[in-house]
Design a protein around this ligand. Sequence first.
Ligand SMILES: Cc1cc2nc3c(=O)[nH]c(=O)nc-3n(C[C@H](O)[C@H](O)[C@H](O)COP(=O)(O)O)c2cc1C
Length: 447
Amino acid sequence: MTQPPRRQLKLGAILAGVGTDHASWRDPDLAGDASIDINWYIENARLAEAAKFDLVFIVDSPFITPDTAPHFLNRLEPLTLLSALAVTTSRIGLVGTLTTSYWEPYNVARQFGSLDHISGGRAGWNVVTTGLEGASRNYGREEHYEHGERYERAGEFVEVVQGLWDSYEDDAFPRDKAAGVFLDKTKQHALDHKGKFYSVAGPLALSRSPQGQPVIFQAGVSGAGRDLGAHIAEGVFAGVDTFEEGQEYYADLKARAVELGRNPDHISVLPGLAPIIADTDEEARALAEAQAGKREIDKLLVELGRAFNYHDFRQYPLDGPFPDVSNLSLNSYKGRAERIVRIAAAEKLTLRETAERFAGWKFDFVGSPQTIADEIERWFEGRACDGFILRVTRPGDFALFREKVVPLLQAKGLFRTEYEHDTLRGHLGLPVPEHRWRKAPALAAAE
Ligand SMILES: Cc1cc2nc3c(=O)[nH]c(=O)nc-3n(C[C@H](O)[C@H](O)[C@H](O)COP(=O)(O)O)c2cc1C
């Protein structure tokens, strides 16, 4: 009897330039302008591709303050950046973040549809609703949309974008020069969408691409965020900190998707990962301690405050109990902020302890390459995730992961040694979505 193929780990790389924390930029091997240097992105995307990663991932948000972490302060716009990567890489998926709260569906359909063509079927869109309230003032609004409304708008927004992506059937363009027929007009479809938030006629002036439609990613941990993910996501950037949280989120999200009649294998759950790796576990622990020792508490308080719309926690006594923030609007990174409040209260944490625990990216992935590979396997086999999105900033850390950890994952049979597909859908095991205007049964898988 033939064995079913083993479930495969997915790996992404967040290209985070000088870092989403306040410390990485000081690494002597990292150029100070990495976040705005296209050559830095090209080099790291190529390194990720050589290591057979599924995708690179660009996070984004349209709001900053003077205290914001270095990468967020000064960085390239995702679609412009990904277009450059599309022509300098050939296999790796290209996922970019764009907010549904401050864009128009027609623009987004056009941008990601174009990226999918330029890259030969490697585009993915990370759907976010924007956590930070200040973004509203960059788009002519006094107030950020309320959390629930953000998600309602996002659902309709994605529906419109996907509708626009199906403006043409796959064989709409005969381009018959002899007969003078460029377009088969019966295969062009206007969307004529009139909904609660959007009114979009269509059609979009762009045909379907090699993967039919770009892949949909999503990030949001609240109930509303999970519901949206269950409806639309084919990959999620999961905001979980521990193995148990990962298991809970994984089971919950996939159960919600099954409820909606979806195949749970068609959603990859991918938490962020920022491991500390050294030759031995002892060295890695010493490194982790040294790094923790260097982290300034003021900066940690800023990173903690981000989930609370950059609330200034520096005003409270550090060793007093985590302050009562019940008067604050939790309209920002709501799911995360509520979890921090809940755990700080349950475990009676001080402000300092809360900042140390929740600022930045938190995982106990500290150890030798073998320890890191074993921990990744434990999360994967324990259904706490389907893979990870590695944060790429310091060159030495990325090299250790590619050169020491990836081969161990390959030796375990968890991760590919060669690409088997040319599209992001192919890498993630996703089918090409059926064209909504075709009555025919679902099209076959990507390749
Ligand atoms: C892991 C994770 C990553 C996110 N990444 C972004 C991002 O890059 N840009 C952005 O504007 N919002 C981002 N968000 C914000 C969400 O889209 C959302 O607006 C906010 O988190 C509130 O939703 P929630 O309460 O469901 O988490 C992210 C959220 C999570 C949980």
